[in-house]
Design a protein around this ligand. Structure first.
Ligand code: FES
Length: 342
């Protein structure tokens, strides 16, 4: 039975390959015509060096010049030598174009539109050949807006295990997808997307995690929670969800449901508008302290607009804390930028 290997390239494109336990990741990759960087193929040069972010493997034989003991301890590995012992997620040190691949294209049918509030809409797609679509919880796709040549980036709000895939959209005046969903969308419409893309995905949780969502930045975190609900006995996860106005608060019932099935999961929310009827008025930074950060021994996953990402980074720095890892995704109406720091 082959394992599934996610190859995440520098440009965020992720390709998935099958790899048997008796073949190297490089062999499986080339068999699929994905040319990850290789030179000696013998564990001597270090050209193929990658970072394994999830899963277990046999590192194979190599010399110290190709991969030092310290690097191996940090999770670096040599795909020309390694054989998988589980599914893996690898960060490949090249772009997808350099590896002669790119984001996969998928055709879909619109099967549901959920109008959660005047500001927020969800929609659900039935993907043709669903078995060919793999993604990591937290990743996004570029969807072509029907009737236009424009694409918009949306994170999956559903987990990778579901047959149908869902997304959240903030309705913006004059927005291409907003206009389509408000005026023209009909169930049965055909939509195309490419992906998955992005390095903002859930890693194996080795310590408590703090999830931070701004507005529809909740979507990728919902996908992560769906994954966590499948193996709920991990470290505690606390989610803080901040929005501008009461009408932007959606999926609180979904979060409550997750709090019932994931023992270590808790959440809180806040609304920036002073006239809000919620208990917490203000920004998510007002809910982040040394306790929520476990004194720094936590992994932070943050998805929101650029101003929120910068405000949170500044606030955490002002507390004198450096989280064990900090993964973020900034989104604007037209672009997504992912990043991470340790
Ligand atoms: Fe030389 Fe892998 S290609 S060490």
């Amino acid at each position: 039975m082959p394992f599934q290997i996610a190859l995440n390239f520098e440009d965020g494109v992720t390709r998935f390959i099958d790899c048997r336990p008796d073949e190297t990741v490089a062999e499986a990759s080339y068999k699929t015509r994905i040319n990850i960087p290789l030179d000696c193929r013998d564990g001597a040069c270090g050209t193929c060096k990658s970072l394994c972010e999830s899963g277990s493997y046999d590192g194979g034989n190599y010399i110290d010049e190709a991969l030092t003991e310290e690097e191996a301890e940090l999770g670096y590995c040599l795909p020309c030598q390694m054989t998988p012992r589980s599914d893996l997620v690898l960060r490949i040190a090249s772009t997808s174009a350099a590896a002669k691949t790119g984001a996969a294209a998928h055709s879909t049918t619109l099967v549901d539109i959920q109008r959660y509030s005047p500001s927020t809409v969800g929609f659900t797609l039935d993907v043709d050949n669903r078995e060919a679509l793999y993604f990591l919880p937290g990743q996004y796709v570029n969807i072509t807006v029907p009737g236009t040549d424009q694409t918009r980036s949306y994170s999956f709000s559903s987990g990778p295990g579901r047959r149908l895939v869902s997304f959240l959209v903030r309705i913006t005046e004059g927005g291409a997808m907003s206009g389509y969903l408000a005026e023209r969308a009909q169930l049965g419409d055909r939509l195309e997307f490419t992906g998955p893309i992005g390095s903002f995905y859930l890693r194996d949780l080795a310590r408590p995690a703090l999830f931070l969502a701004g507005g529809t930045g909740l979507a990728p975190l919902l996908s992560m929670l769906e994954r966590l609900a499948q193996s709920p006995d991990g470290p505690p996860v606390h989610l803080l969800y901040g929005v501008t106005a009461d009408q932007d608060l959606v999926h609180l019932d979904t979060l409550e449901d997750y709090a019932k099935v994931i023992p270590g999961f808790t959440f809180d929310h806040c609304v920036a508008e002073p006239t809000s009827s919620t208990r917490n008025k203000g920004y998510v930074t007002s809910l982040i302290d040394l306790t929520t950060l476990h004194g720094g021994d936590c992994d932070v996953y943050l998805c929101g607009p650029p101003a929120m990402v910068e405000a949170v980074r500044g606030h955490i720095a002002s507390l004198g804390v450096t989280p064990a890892s900090f993964h973020y995704e900034k989104f604007t109406p037209h672009a997504v930028l992912t990043g991470a720091s340790r």
